[in-house]
Design a protein around this ligand. Structure first.
Ligand SMILES: Cc1cc2nc3c(=O)[nH]c(=O)nc-3n(C[C@H](O)[C@H](O)[C@H](O)COP(=O)(O)OP(=O)(O)OC[C@H]3O[C@@H](n4cnc5c(N)ncnc54)[C@H](O)[C@@H]3O)c2cc1C
Length: 489
C-alpha cells in the first residue's frame, strides 16, 4: 500500500502543532490538516504552566514564548488567599500569561522549520481503517472530497472531533457549568494584581492581562443562566464583575465576547488501532486551573516519539499503547481537579462560601497543601507508572540536571532522542547499535547515578553505580525502552 504520509494529524491547535513538529524532527513524513483557512487570531487559553514550558525548553522554543507574555509568580484569589509558585523546582517557577495564538504561532513556526507539511483549508470528513493504514477523506477549500492514505492518523481536532466520531468512540460525561461569559476588553483603571479573581454572593469574576493593553474577563452569575447562543452585552459583564470584585475597573471597548458551557468528558481509550486521539478530542473539562491546553500539549509530547518509533519500526512491543495507559489517567485526574476547582469557585454564598473565605487562606499557608496544589497545577508532579522495585526516579519527570559539558539536560534533549546520562563517563560500547535514537551525556549532578531519559523528559530507567551495575543491566534497559539495536532510520 502506498502512503501519502506516515502520519496524518488532524487539527492545527496546540496539540497538533507540537505533535507535527516532533514527528517532523524525528524524520517522519507528517501531514497536518486544518479546516481553518488561516491561523487563529482568537485566544481561549492564556496560561502556560511550568511543565509545558519545560517541554518547550526541550524543543528550544520556551524563551521565545516567554518573551511574548507576562510571568506570574504568585496567584492571588478569594480576597486573602495566595498560591506562591516561586518555589517550584523548575527553571520556570511561575505561570506564563500569553494568548493561545502566541503559543500556536511559536509551535507552528517550529513545526514548519522542521519540515512538517501544514495545510490550511483542509477539512477531514471521515476515515476508514485498514490493516496497513488509514484512508482519510479530506475536503479541500470546499472542492470535491479526496482521499489520503497514512500509516497512522492522530485526531487533535478538538472537542467536536470528527476523527473521534468516525471511530464511533463514545465521549461520556456531563455539563459542569452553563453561561460563562468571556470578554476581551480594555480597562480604564486596571487592577493592581496581575491576576484578579473573586466571588461574592452569586457572582464570580476573573481578570487576566494579555500584556498588550487588552484584558480577558471571565464572569459567571448564578442567576443569569442563558443559552450558549444568547448574545453577551458589555453591561452584563460589567455588572457581574462589579458584584464579584466590588469594582468593574472601567471595562470598555470589547473586541470579542462569547458565552460558553463547560463540559467534562473523556473517551474510554486514546487508541483505536492505527488512530489515536489527543488533546481536547480525547478529554474536555472546566477551564478552572488553566489545564486544557497544557494537558493537550503534554499529550502530544508523550505521543510523538512513540509514534515515530512505531513508524520507523523500532518501537518495542506495546510501546504505542503506553500513550493510553500513561495519558488517560492524567486526563482523568485533570477532569477531577479542574471540576472540583470550578465548583469551589462558583459555589453558593452560604456554607461553602464561608469555608472558602475562612479555610482557603489558612490552607494555602500550609506547606504540604501548597506543594500539592502547585505540583498539580504546574504539571510538575505528573509521573507515569514504573515497575515494582524500580529506582525511585523511574517514571518521574527528570529535573534539568547540569551536564559536565556545561549544557543543561533539557538542552541535550532537543534532538528528540533518548539520553543515557551518567555521573561518570559511560563506556560508549554499552549503547552500540542505538546511535540512531540515543545520545549519551555525563551529568555534573546528581552523583552516583546512571539514568535513561525518555525524549519527553521523563526517566525511563535509573540505577546507582554503587549497586554493582553490570553492562547487561544497562543493555536490558535499552532493549526494553529503545527496542532492538540496529539502524531503523
Ligand atoms: C472559553 C475557553 C477558555 C479556555 N481557557 C483555557 C486556559 O486558560 N488554559 C488552558 O490550558 N486551556 C483553556 N481552554 C482550553 C484550551 O483552549 C484547549 O484545551 C486547547 O485549545 C486544546 O488544544 P487542542 O490542540 O487539543 O484542540 P483545539 O485547540 O481545539 O484545536 C483543534 C483544531 O482542529 C481543527 N479541526 C476541527 N475539526 C477539524 C476537521 N474535521 N478537519 C480539520 N481540522 C479540524 C480546529 O479548527 C482547530 O484548529 C479554554 C477553552 C475554552 C473553550
Amino acid at each position: 500500500m502506498d502512503h501519502d504520509a506516515d502520519v496524518v494529524v488532524v487539527g492545527a491547535g496546540p496539540a497538533g502543532l507540537l505533535l507535527a513538529g516532533d514527528l517532523a524532527r524525528a524524520g517522519v513524513r507528517c501531514l497536518l490538516l486544518e479546516r481553518r483557512t488561516d491561523r487563529s487570531g482568537l485566544t481561549r487559553a492564556f496560561a502556560v504552566h511550568a511543565r509545558t514550558l519545560e517541554q518547550l525548553d526541550a524543543r528550544g522554543i520556551a524563551d521565545e514564548l516567554i518573551a511574548s507574555g507576562t510571568q506570574v509568580h504568585v496567584l492571588r484569589f478569594f480576597d486573602d488567599a495566595a498560591l506562591d509558585l516561586s518555589g517550584l523546582p523548575s527553571r520556570f517557577p511561575y505561570v506564563l500569561i500569553t494568548p493561545q495564538y502566541e503559543t500556536e504561532r511559536v509551535l507552528e513556526e517550529r513545526a514548519r522549520s522542521l519540515g512538517a507539511d501544514i495545510r490550511y483549508g483542509h477539512k477531514v470528513a471521515g476515515l476508514t481503517q485498514h490493516r496497513d493504514g488509514v484512508d482519510v477523506q479530506v475536503e479541500e477549500d470546499g472542492r470535491r472530497p479526496g482521499t489520503l492514505r497514512a500509516r497512522y492518523v492522530v485526531g487533535t481536532d478538538g472537542m467536536h472531533s470528527t476523527v473521534r466520531r468516525a471511530l464511533g468512540m463514545p465521549f461520556p460525561g456531563k455539563p459542569v457549568v452553563q453561561s460563562v461569559v468571556l470578554a476581551d476588553v480594555r480597562l480604564i483603571k486596571p487592577p493592581p494584581e496581575t491576576l484578579t479573581a473573586n466571588s461574592s454572593g452569586d457572582a464570580f469574576a476573573f481578570i487576566v492581562p494579555f500584556g498588550d493593553g487588552w484584558y480577558r474577563v471571565i464572569a459567571w452569575h448564578r442567576r443569569n443562566q442563558l443559552p450558549e447562543s444568547a448574545p453577551v452585552s458589555l453591561d452584563e459583564v460589567s455588572e457581574t464583575a462589579r458584584q464579584a470584585l466590588g469594582v468593574d475597573y472601567g471595562l470598555h471597548e470589547p473586541r470579542w465576547m462569547s458565552r460558553f458551557h463547560s463540559e467534562e468528558r473523556q473517551v474510554p481509550r486514546y487508541r483505536d488501532g492505527r488512530v489515536l486521539l489527543a488533546g481536547d478530542a480525547a478529554h474536555v473539562h472546566s477551564p478552572a486551573g488553566g489545564q486544557g491546553m497544557n494537558t493537550s500539549i503534554q499529550d502530544a509530547a508523550n505521543l510523538g516519539w512513540k509514534l515515530a518509533a512505531a513508524v520507523q519500526g523500532w518501537a518495542p512491543e506495546g510501546m504505542l499503547d503506553t500513550f493510553d495507559t500513561e495519558r488517560h489517567p492524567v486526563g482523568r485526574q485533570v477532569l477531577r481537579t479542574s471540576g472540583a476547582l470550578l465548583r469551589f469557585a462558583f459555589t453558593g454564598p452560604q456554607v461553602l462560601g464561608a469555608a472558602r473565605t475562612l479555610l482557603v487562606p489558612v490552607a494555602t499557608r500550609l506547606p504540604f497543601v501548597t506543594e500539592y496544589m502547585t505540583g498539580a497545577m504546574s504539571g510538575l508532579s505528573i509521573s507515569y507508572p514504573a515497575p515494582r522495585g524500580a529506582h525511585s526516579l523511574a517514571g518521574k519527570r527528570v529535573p534539568d540536571w547540569p551536564l559536565a559539558d556545561g549544557r543543561r539536560l533539557y538542552e541535550a534533549l532537543r534532538g528528540g532522542r533518548f539520553l543515557l546520562a551518567g555521573s561518570r563517563p559511560i563506556p560508549p560500547g554499552i549503547a552500540s547499535g542505538y546511535g540512531d535514537r540515543l545520545d549519551m551525556a555525563e551529568v555534573a549532578y546528581p552523583p552516583g547515578i546512571i539514568a535513561l531519559i525518555r525524549p519527553d523528559a521523563y526517566t525511563a530507567w535509573a540505577a546507582r553505580w554503587s549497586d554493582g551495575l553490570s553492562p547487561s543491566q544497562v543493555r536490558g534497559a535499552l532493549v526494553h525502552w529503545c527496542g532492538s539495536p540496529g539502524n531503523h532510520g
